[in-house]
Design a protein around this ligand. Structure first.
Ligand code: NAP
Length: 277
């Protein structure tokens, strides 16, 4: 498994597993748990969830799936912006720990920017670190301007990642956000790497994939993995698809492949507002 080093020095898998919508359909539960466990077997041991997902159902399912395997996984979960104050974050974190059935969250992210001042949110993260409830913290859906502000807040430089929408069809972050993160050696975490499945149906991607004997999902993931500091977290609740997605690790895209993809999915030509889902 290709690995990425966070600013704190922890090394995490470059290919993880998203968990949005997992745990919402009781009929799919067994397959979803088996999928997460298979992903851990294959080294996709970074699992991304949030208190928001299914109103806690995703965290509950992840908790069940990682039972007995805590030492093998790196758990990322997220706090709602309205819980990003000192007092509310403590309660929210306890809820996530309980649902995940773990003692400490490896990486706790602010899900998106909200009304609570950044210095208070950073102080709330630091308090949880001090209490041993979270190991590291980061943010999600922060654009370049907000990321710059965060880096000037006391303690703000301890941010470990910015989890953002990034895939072949949404490359706006390449203009100034990724360069800023790179300058501070902060890896980006690319969410919706398959654009929630929509990307896989585009003609440009299906034709490219066929030509190069890959599947569309493998191309989309391998393209993200071609960056040296990007973590990708595709979601699937299906073992076959998970194995297909893991196959992207074996397919390194060459500079000519990347050039061809630039023609099909052009990089940004100027500043672009941060896209979000
Ligand atoms: N921070 C944020 O604001 C934010 C926002 C969105 C997402 N996220 C995180 O990022 C993760 C990934 O993003 P996402 O769930 O939005 O979308 P995604 O990973 O881009 O796509 C997931 C969709 O693609 C399907 N899929 C997966 N592998 C496939 C394959 N090989 N062939 C065909 N279809 C495939 C899945 O269906 P099946 O499950 O049926 O296979 C699902 O419908 C989330 O789960 C979540 O953890 C974070």
């Amino acid at each position: 498994m290709k690995r990425i080093t966070l600013p704190c020095g922890a090394s995490v898998p470059a290919l993880g597993q998203g968990a949005w919508h997992l745990g919402e359909d009781p009929a799919r539960r067994d397959e979803e748990i088996a999928t997460i466990r298979r992903g851990i077997d294959l080294g996709m041991a970074l699992i991304d969830t949030a208190e928001m997902y299914g109103d806690g159902k995703s965290e509950l399912l992840v908790g069940e799936a990682i039972e007995g395997r805590r030492d093998e996984v790196f758990i990322v979960t997220k706090v709602y912006p309205h819980n990003a104050s000192r007092r509310a974050m403590r309660t929210a974190c306890d809820g996530s720990l309980q649902r995940l059935r773990i003692d400490v969250i490896d990486l706790y992210l602010l899900h998106w920017p909200g009304a609570v001042a950044l210095d208070e949110t950073v102080a709330a993260f630091e308090a949880l670190q001090k209490d041993g409830k979270i190991r590291q913290w980061g943010v999600s859906n922060f654009d370049t301007r907000l990321m710059r502000s965060l880096l000037t807040v006391p303690g703000g430089k301890a941010v470990q990642t910015d989890q953002v929408l990034y895939n072949l069809a949404n490359r706006g972050v390449e203009w100034d956000l990724l360069p800023l993160l790179r300058q501070h050696r902060i890896p980006a975490m690319a969410y919706s790497p398959l654009e929630q499945g929509k990307l896989l149906k585009t003609r440009a991607l299906t034709v490219f994939a066929k030509k190069h004997e890959m599947t569309p999902a493998q191309v989309a993931i391998a393209w993200l993995l071609a960056h040296e500091d990007v973590i990708a977290i595709p979601k699937t609740g299906n073992r076959k698809r998970l194995e297909e997605n893991a196959g992207a690790l074996a397919r390194r895209l060459t500079p000519p492949h990347l050039g061809e993809l630039d023609d099909l999915f052009p990089p940004p030509a100027g500043p672009t507002p941060l896209a979000m889902i």
